[in-house]
Design a protein. Structure first.
Length: 234
C-alpha cells in the first residue's frame, strides 16, 4: 500500500509537471503570436500600400496566415496597442485592408447588376429629408445635401442592384437576405467595416469595405474617389 501511494504521488507530480510545461509552452506561443500581431498592425498601418499591392499567391498565403493571427488575437492586440499609447483602430484598419485585398478578385468578377452598396446613416446631412423603414432602411431622395446622393447616383449609373442607407448592423443582414446580392460594398468606421467584411465573407459573399475619413454618429465623411474606384472594380 505504501509503495502504491508513493507511485500515485510520483505520477501526480509528474502529471502536474507536464501540465506546467505545456502551460508555459502555450503561454510562450500566445506571447509570440501577440507580438507578431501588434508589430504587424503597427507596420502595415504605416505601409498599407504593401497590402494593396499584394498580388502573388505566396503573398496572399502570407496575408491569410497573418489575418488569422490578428483575428485570433483581436482583443489582446487592441488592448496592448492602447496600453502602448497607440490607436487601437489600426487593428481594424489593417484587418479590413487585408480582407479587401484577399476578396478583391472574386468581388471584381461579379457584374454590377448583382452588387449592392450599403451606406451608414451617419453620412447623411442633419437635415436629411429621407425617412427610414425597417425593410429598406432609408432611400435617398436626391436632395444633394450629402455625399450619399453622389454615391447613390453613381450606383444607379453603373446599374447596381441597390444602394441602401443602414440604420444599424441588423439591417445589413436583413437586406442581404432579402436582396440576395452576389457582392457587397460597405462603408463605415474601422470597426464596422472590419466586422462587416468578416461577417459577409463568412456568408460566402465577396465584399469590399471603405473606411470613413471621419468617424462619429453624425456628419461623417468619406472619400468619393475611393468609393467610385471600388464601385467600378471589374
Amino acid at each position: 500500500m505504501e509503495i502504491r501511494g508513493k507511485m500515485t504521488e510520483f505520477l501526480s507530480q509528474e502529471v502536474l509537471a507536464y501540465i506546467g510545461i505545456l502551460s508555459l509552452i502555450g503561454f510562450g506561443i500566445f506571447l509570440i503570436l501577440l507580438i507578431i500581431g501588434v508589430v504587424s498592425s503597427y507596420f502595415f498601418f504605416r505601409k498599407r500600400e504593401f497590402i494593396r499591392g499584394a498580388s502573388s499567391r505566396l503573398t496572399s498565403i502570407f496575408l491569410r496566415v497573418l489575418l488569422s493571427i490578428l483575428d485570433f488575437l483581436y482583443l489582446p492586440s487592441k488592448k496592448v496597442i492602447s496600453i502602448l499609447g497607440g490607436n487601437d483602430a489600426m487593428v481594424d484598419i489593417v484587418n479590413a485592408e487585408m480582407r479587401n485585398m484577399l476578396l478583391k478578385k472574386k468581388f471584381s468578377e461579379v457584374p454590377y447588376s448583382e452588387r449592392i452598396i450599403i451606406l451608414p446613416q451617419c453620412l447623411r446631412d442633419t437635415e436629411c429629408p429621407a425617412s427610414f423603414s425597417s425593410v429598406d432602411g432609408a432611400r435617398c431622395v436626391g436632395c444633394g445635401k450629402c455625399k450619399i446622393y453622389e454615391i447613390t447616383k453613381k450606383a444607379n449609373k453603373l446599374g447596381y442592384k441597390g444602394a441602401y442607407i443602414a440604420p444599424g448592423g441588423g439591417f445589413v443582414k436583413r437586406i442581404i437576405q432579402r436582396t440576395k446580392p452576389r457582392a457587397v460594398i460597405g462603408i463605415g468606421c474601422p470597426y464596422e467595416v472590419n466586422m462587416g467584411l468578416l461577417e459577409v465573407s463568412n456568408m460566402g459573399i465577396p465584399c469590399q469595405g471603405i473606411i470613413l475619413l471621419k468617424s462619429g454618429c453624425v456628419k461623417t465623411d468619406v472619400d468619393l474617389l475611393s468609393v467610385y474606384s471600388v464601385m467600378e472594380l471589374k
